[in-house]
Design a binder for this molecule. Structure first.
Ligand SMILES: [Zn+2]
Length: 102
């Protein structure tokens, strides 16, 4: 009977310590909202306003054209604009130009 085999096991147990250090590689994807589609939908409305201003316009007002599409909000009627706290633009006068009646 031979007992000399066990000596070899002790040497192979020690692993490489410190080699498994994981570095944090955080790649952040810059997700861009589809601003053009949002602006196109808002411009299709007869009245528009900027979420950063307190004035609303006719959609064909020259000031409405200056509103950034990401801030653009569309409305179907001046009453909806006023309900949201907007006031009429003095250039395009979206309230005065509406047809009488109703
Ligand atoms: Zn205007």
């Amino acid at each position: 009977m031979a007992y000399a085999v066990m000596l070899g096991l002790l040497a192979s147990v020690a692993g490489p310590l410190g080699a498994g250090c994981s570095s944090d590689a955080d790649k952040r994807r810059q997700q861009k909202p589809n601003a053009s589609a949002w602006g196109a939908a808002a411009r299709a409305k007869p009245y528009v306003a900027s979420s950063r201003r307190d004035v609303f316009h006719h959609s064909d007002c020259r000031w409405a054209a200056k509103i950034s599409e990401r801030n653009l909000v569309g409305y179907d009627s001046p009453a909806d604009c006023i309900a949201d706290g907007y006031r009429a633009c003095l250039v395009c006068k979206p309230i005065a130009s509406r047809p009488s009646g109703g």
